[in-house]
Design a protein around this ligand. Structure first.
Ligand SMILES: *[C@@H]1O[C@H](CO)[C@@H](O)[C@H](O)[C@H]1NC(C)=O
Ligand SMILES: *[C@@H]1O[C@H](CO)[C@@H](O)[C@H](O)[C@H]1NC(C)=O
Ligand SMILES: *[C@@H]1O[C@H](CO)[C@@H](O)[C@H](O)[C@H]1NC(C)=O
Length: 411
């Protein structure tokens, strides 16, 4: 009953947000060409391509200040990397589908996996790129009974549509933590019984606890027609939930935390198409939505500071996803995107290509040909290409406090 209600609520209003898109299939295409290129016998051609390669590399590394993600940028871990992820559709690698059977149809997944994996993107999410940088496989959703892993590299508790409040509704942050506690108990029972296939005490202690949540809390408030003042008033209770959860994980022995702030909600094509008569900022995003996100982020930044002082021996990294994503939208052409406020997959055409009755993956919707030019995949989630750029910015350490490499937890 509850899950159905939740599902209906979400599918009819603002359902899963977060990102998805892809700009860098661009990157893939170019990379794939190199082997053919190098077999060319023409030195002119070779020169052209070396120039091209150099230019490409320069473009990626300097112009964009982006570090290549993937094979080229793997951190050598000294300890096996273990990651536990909590959050919403920004990080859901198939949990909603596993948990509720909610269908996520093609063209979701078309760019990287070639099939739908339940990720709300055409390809990889930020969390996937981060896993790749520590050379570990993608996180299996905790609820996936057919996962071809024993969760040795961790588990993903993040589920699309999740918020921190209300607390006892699937799959709130609190419920995700309860699931984690169950997972941990059960795993350690198996280890105690002699199994070596599962994460042991050390694994749990050294693991990274990854949290990316809050976007749905703010969006839910707005979609309930709260005034801006009411939306803002609710922020401290959301932050309290996050603090409770981090404290609980710390009490359980967790010491390494990686906490994302929330992106520019007011730049999502879905919000722009559904919310009328709102003041827009200079980039065409809804000012009040972004202001609420900024206030939440300011609170979260303070909370992380506070927790660093209170939780002895903990490393708490705060990552400014808002700035990264806002830069992507404000400077979209520089990153190779066009129409950053228009969904690639949807219905209705410009300016936003979003229609709540004909959303991506449903009959009547259509996906653009070149997803690599879009920031937004489905009006709510980013493309793989956009996620890849976000990942490389995260890895640049310029947006994390304290400035930290993602692989710090497995050293
Ligand atoms: C990544 O992991 C694979 C298999 O676990 C291993 O063979 C490979 O050497 C690793 N690569 C790096 C760069 O650590
Ligand atoms: C856009 O890029 C310029 C130049 O790099 C930078 O100064 C500015 O802060 C960026 N805009 C946003 C909103 O990040
Ligand atoms: C979606 O469907 C509802 C109910 O049929 C209708 O009232 C609304 O105008 C539709 N919205 C759009 C954007 O087409």
């Amino acid at each position: 009953m509850l899950p159905l209600l939740l599902l209906h609520h979400h599918s009819s209003s603002h359902f899963l947000f977060n990102f998805t898109l892809f700009l860098h299939s661009n990157t893939h295409k170019k990379k794939k060409k190199h082997p053919q290129i190098s077999s060319s016998s023409s030195s002119l051609t070779m020169a052209f391509y070396s120039f091209f390669f150099f230019f490409y590399f320069f473009f990626i590394c300097f112009v964009h200040n982006v570090y290549p993600v993937g094979a080229a940028a793997i951190t050598q871990c000294k300890k096996p990397p273990v990651i536990f992820s909590f959050g919403d559709s920004n990080s859901d690698t198939g949990g909603l589908v596993a948990g509720l059977g909610f269908p996520v149809n093609p063209p979701y997944g078309r760019t990287f996996f070639g099939r739908s994996t339940g990720r709300l993107s055409d390809g990889r999410l930020l969390i996937d790129f981060l896993c790749q940088t520590v050379n570990t496989s993608f996180l299996s959703p905790y609820l996936d009974s057919l996962a071809d892993s024993k969760f040795k590299n961790g588990a993903n508790f993040a589920i699309a549509g999740s918020s921190t409040l209300p607390r006892n509704v699937p799959f709130s942050l609190t419920i995700q933590i309860m699931q984690f506690l169950h997972f941990k108990d059960r795993t350690l029972q198996l280890v105690t019984a002699g199994s070596t296939d599962f994460i042991n005490e050390d694994g749990f202690r050294n693991a990274l606890y990854f949290i990316d949540i809050g976007q749905n809390d703010i969006a839910d408030s707005f979609s309930k027609k709260f005034t801006y003042a009411q939306v803002v008033k609710r922020i401290p209770s959301v932050l309290r939930e996050i603090k409770n959860v981090v404290t609980k994980l710390y009490d359980q022995g967790g010491r390494k935390f990686w906490i994302h702030n929330t992106g520019p909600l007011g730049c999502l094509p879905q919000k722009l198409s559904l919310v009328k008569n709102n003041a827009l900022d200079r980039y065409g995003c809804i000012s009040s939505y972004n202001d609420a996100a900024r206030l939440f982020n300011e609170g979260l930044r303070h909370l992380c500071q506070e927790m660093r002082a209170e939780l002895n021996g903990a490393t708490i990294v705060y990552v400014d996803i808002f700035s990264i994503k806002y830069d992507l939208i404000a400077n979209s052409t520089k990153f190779g995107f066009s129409s950053p406020l228009m969904a690639c997959c949807g219905f209705g055409g410009p300016p936003y290509n979003y229609n709540i009755n004909v959303t991506c993956g449903n009959p009547g919707s259509k996906a653009c040909d070149e997803g690599s030019k879009s920031v937004s995949w489905d009006g709510i989630h980013y493309t793989e290409g956009a996620n890849q750029i976000v990942a490389s910015k995260v890895l640049s350490m310029a947006y994390s406090t304290p400035s930290t490499t993602f692989g710090f937890f497995c050293q």
